[in-house]
Design a protein around this ligand. Structure first.
Ligand SMILES: Nc1ncnc2c1ncn2[C@@H]1O[C@H](COP(=O)(O)OP(=O)(O)O)[C@@H](O)[C@H]1O
Ligand SMILES: [Mg+2]
Length: 262
């Protein structure tokens, strides 16, 4: 059951600087179960830095994180994984020379009671999870390097699901993909939503993510300009947030919202 009253993730008043430069300042974002939240903004806005604090790659200077309402002291990627947070990187961390099942179980292979690899069990579970995520996928016997970008991404996500990910971070997931593969990733995201997984979708391009997102947060110069439900704002209005830092009436302004925007 998903509980829609307690956020899966709350990041409150997060700040971090590198050598005195504020990469992220006083940023607050949240995410509910089964929700897709897009984090938008120009290159250098601070999106990846903010989300790397959630994935444990960076330590925040100040601010706090809550997972399912409880304070979460995330100090490294292992802590993040312990909270069910998984990141799908643009450069997919898949093992190219082995098949999907071997990728899903890499480093945690199932064994038979005789101590040999239980290939049958691993393949059956792989077919089940991949079947849910990507019903058209049939290339179970091929090394992952033979797969398309979209298919490789479904392997990476299936692996995260098998690790009990509840919170998925996808940083520029479609940057290296063609239109058909981008559509495939869209289908994947819809299926993950149905499973109650919360997704942060990071992109510098509104067109890649607007239709998939339930809400958007816009960042500019390390600050959150504002947030909005996608049904309450137009794409043009969100572009205005990204480019000008101007918050439309349907959005909730953040510390980076431009004052007297006219
Ligand atoms: N490890 C780092 N050391 C120094 N500066 C960094 C580091 N990581 C990010 N930054 C700076 O923080 C700012 C935000 O970068 P980033 O979060 O990558 O932006 P975005 O993902 O929105 O394109 C940029 O000015 C970038 O140069
Ligand atoms: Mg980035």
């Amino acid at each position: 059951m998903t509980d829609h009253t307690t956020p899966l993730v709350e990041m409150n008043n997060i700040s971090i600087s590198f050598g005195g430069i504020h990469a992220v300042e006083n940023a607050s974002i949240d995410l509910f179960p089964g929700e897709v939240v897009a984090l938008l903004g120009h290159n250098g806005a601070g999106k990846s830095t903010l989300i790397k604090i959630l994935s444990g790659a960076y330590r925040r200077d100040s601010g706090d994180i809550r997972i399912n309402g409880d304070p979460a002291d995330i100090r490294n990627p292992r802590d993040a994984k312990g909270f069910g947070i998984e990141t799908i990187y643009q450069t997919l961390a898949v093992a190219d020379n082995v098949d999907a099942a071997a990728n899903l179980y890499l480093g945690r292979e199932l064994q038979t009671r005789w101590g040999t690899l239980d290939d049958a069990a691993m393949e059956a579970k792989t077919r089940e999870v991949m079947g849910r995520l990507n019903p058209n996928f049939k290339r179970f016997k091929e090394p992952v390097k033979a797969l398309s970008g979209g298919q490789r991404q479904s392997v990476a996500i299936a692996r995260a699901i098998l690790f009990n990910a509840r919170i998925l971070i996808m940083d520029e997931p479609t940057a290296a993909l063609g239109p058909q593969e981008t559509a495939q990733v869209g289908e994947l995201i819809k299926q993950l939503k149905r499973e109650g997984i919360g997704i942060f979708l990071i992109s510098h391009d509104i067109h890649d993510v607007f239709d998939l997102a339930d809400r958007v947060f816009v960042m500019k110069n390390g600050l959150v300009v504002g947030s909005a439900r996608t049904e309450d704002v137009t794409k043009d209005e969100v572009l205005g947030m990204i480019i000008l830092g101007k918050c439309p009436p349907g959005a909730i302004p953040g510390p980076g919202a431009m004052r007297d925007a006219r």
